[in-house]
Design a protein around this ligand. Structure first.
Ligand SMILES: NC(=O)c1ccc[n+]([C@@H]2O[C@H](COP(=O)([O-])OP(=O)(O)OC[C@H]3O[C@@H](n4cnc5c(N)ncnc54)[C@H](O)[C@@H]3O)[C@@H](O)[C@H]2O)c1
Length: 296
């Protein structure tokens, strides 16, 4: 494996591109939006500079990582010659099915087609391509350059060979891959999202305030970040979408999103990315909070 195409240059896509490029792979970073590509490349450069300042990488590593990344706005141009495609576009079923239909046309039959989806069925995504045995979930965690886990999700048709290649590749990135099966929320979000939803429900029921709820979980349970702040970092719209997938997928009311979460998303309060969620992330405070939390 030498060449990796990453689709989507947002929060996850730029982190995935950064991680592969830093490990010596040629990365073709694709986004429909030129602005997202520029922003993604600027984020990668800023994160590399922070790592350089900390002494975890050299100036040469910074230069190599940046030169390993080429940007594209056209999916077909971008995926030519890729050994692996990691799709990290917006979490939307129709959008992802459409991208995989295009990949089915544009990629060689040997290309492994991975998706970073948080909650959409790998089996459903695989159903729109001619070789579903080559479709797999590669669920990186945010921030990708720092977090060790990659949840590797086998769809119903994913082959043993593709699973092994993807697991080995994750190790080459310095990550720890964990293999799981394809059911709503997989493992990470099946356990995490009900906890975040319960924290929001606790706030909604006025049991305690934002500070109190997060402090109980940080100091009492040893969590590095409180659940409400974590929800802000993930994006409240993303949390809502994942809970809805689990609610529909299991037909179980225990996954029903809290009305407060639904209302906040409707009001455009999406967390860090919109500048406000359970906390205020106005420009002056944002950089400080992010650099402290991410410890890059
Ligand atoms: N945010 C997280 O913490 C997190 C964690 C793990 C997994 N994920 C998953 O990663 C994926 C991306 O999430 P994100 O938070 O990076 O989203 P984001 O909104 O930050 O970025 C999505 C990017 O996809 C681009 N895009 C949309 N349609 C496209 C298309 N047809 N072709 C190419 N690019 C397209 C957008 O322009 C945008 O730049 C989602 O599937 C999400 O569920 C997110």
């Amino acid at each position: 494996m030498k060449t990796i195409a990453v689709i989507g240059a947002g929060t996850m896509g730029n982190g995935i591109a950064h991680t592969f490029a830093q490990s010596g792979f040629v990365v073709k970073l694709i986004d429909v939006s030129e602005k997202s590509l520029d922003k993604g490349m600027a984020t990668i450069a800023a994160n590399l500079e922070r790592m350089l300042a900390k002494g975890t990488i050299t100036q040469e590593d910074v230069a190599k990582t940046i030169t390993n990344i080429i940007t594209y706005t056209d999916i077909k141009d971008g995926v030519v010659g890729a050994d692996l495609v990691v799709e990290a576009a917006t979490e939307n079923v129709e959008l992802k099915l459409n991208i995989f239909k295009q990949l089915n046309e544009a990629c060689s039959h040997n290309t492994i087609l991975a998706t970073n989806t948080s909650s959409i069925s790998i089996t459903q995504i695989g159903s729109v391509v001619a070789h579903p045995e080559r479709v797999i979930g590669m669920h990186f965690m945010n921030p990708v350059p720092i977090m060790k886990l990659v949840e590797i999700i086998r769809g119903y048709n994913t082959s043993d060979e593709v699973t092994k290649i993807t697991m080995d590749l994750s190790e080459k990135l310095g990550k720890v891959p964990v293999e799981v099966n394809d059911y709503p929320g997989f493992v990470a979000n099946r356990i995490l999202m009900p906890m975040l939803n319960e924290a929001i429900e606790t706030l909604y029921n006025k049991v305690a305030g934002v500070y109190e709820i997060d402090t109980v979980m940080k100091l009492g349970m040893g969590h590095p970040m409180g659940p409400l702040q974590l929800a802000d970092f993930i994006g409240l719209d993303v949390c809502l979408a994942i809970l809805n997938v689990m609610y529909e997928g299991f037909k179980n009311p225990k996954y029903a999103p809290c009305p407060l979460l639904v209302n906040m998303v409707r009001a455009g309060k999406l967390g860090v990315k919109s500048g406000e969620g359970f906390y205020d992330y106005s420009e002056s405070k944002k950089a400080e909070k992010i650099s402290k939390q991410f410890k890059i």
